[in-house]
Write a protein that binds this ligand. Structure first.
Ligand code: PAF
Length: 280
């Protein structure tokens, strides 16, 4: 497995692969790998000849009050897990390499960035779209994989690729869950044992939505109210949002007409967790 910390090193390696006609797959990450990341790498291995993983905790997607400084990091472990997953190249740039002094160009995906996480994390998707655009330009992959847990992020990136004509196929990959159903996230490491139990309320609220939708409930307000009631029954929870929306544009629905995405963000203590479920 190769590693590169500069854009020029990375470009040189990828150029040779491309010259040999190989299909390049990219898995962009912020590191601190869990099984969700590994399954993205494994899927990429199936779809591409060469698997490139980037590890970069992108300061531009964190708000001033958010967890940039305490975001978990363990680069040695990440490199060893990447090697086990048969990754070909890991890109580990530092912030100076990607945001040198004088940096001033941003990618803003307008409408689909606005609701859900975009409403409570101003500037977050501008940071995500900008770093992903940069990584696409640096690596020039044929395809790139993103987890469906960050559903809005996936739609923001799909929109950006369409609007700016990136020659990259964006592949969404199903959320990987713990045995009890908690969506895997690097931020789960912040949870105390009792908060870890409480964190199950997101999955349980989605189960409740599923049950109501299958029984024919179509009033989004009623479903959201029931979900909120369930979550509020758990200690240390604060609901950021519960949204039922059209899956591509993320426009909220009053009347649930399938397909629909149910997405939510909940603080458990200080930790903000997200999850979603798609209904066809
Ligand atoms: O999903 C993530 O880990 C990040 O938002 C991404 C896509 C790597 C951009 O920094």
């Amino acid at each position: 497995m190769k590693t590169a910390s500069s854009k020029s090193e990375l470009r040189e390696i990828v150029r040779q692969w491309k010259r040999a006609g190989q299909i390049i797959g990219l898995v962009p990450t912020m590191g601190y790998f869990h099984k969700g990341h590994i399954s993205l790498m494994e899927r990429c291995r199936e779809l591409a000849d060469k698997v490139v993983v980037s590890i970069f905790v992108n300061p531009a997607q964190f708000g001033p009050e958010e967890d940039l400084d305490r975001y978990p990091r363990d680069i040695e472990r990440d490199l060893s897990l990447s090697k086990d997953a048969r990754v070909d190249l890991v890109f580990v740039p530092d912030a100076m390499e990607l945001y040198p002094p004088g940096f001033q160009t941003w990618v803003v995906v307008e409408e689909v960035s606005q609701g859900l996480c975009g409403a409570s994390r101003p500037g977050h998707f501008r940071g995500v779209a900008t770093i992903v655009a940069k990584l696409f330009n640096i690596v020039q992959p044929d395809l790139a994989l993103f987890g469906e847990k960050d559903y809005q992020q996936l739609q923001v990136i799909r929109q950006m690729v369409r609007d700016l004509d990136f020659p990259v196929e964006v592949v969404g990959h199903p959320t990987v869950r713990e045995v009890d159903g908690l969506a895997m996230s690097s931020r789960n490491s912040y949870l105390s044992p009792s908060q870890r139990q409480t964190a199950l309320c997101l999955k349980e609220a989605l189960d409740l939505a599923e049950e109501m939708i299958h029984k024919g409930e179509q009033d989004a307000e009623i479903i959201k109210k029931e979900m909120a009631g369930l979550i509020q029954g758990y200690p240390e929870t604060r609901i950021d949002y519960i949204v039922i929306a059209e899956p591509d544009t993320l426009t909220p629905m009053e009347r649930v007409d399938l397909p629909a995405i149910v997405a939510l963000a909940v603080f458990v203590g200080e930790t903000r967790l997200i999850d979603n479920r798609l209904f066809h």
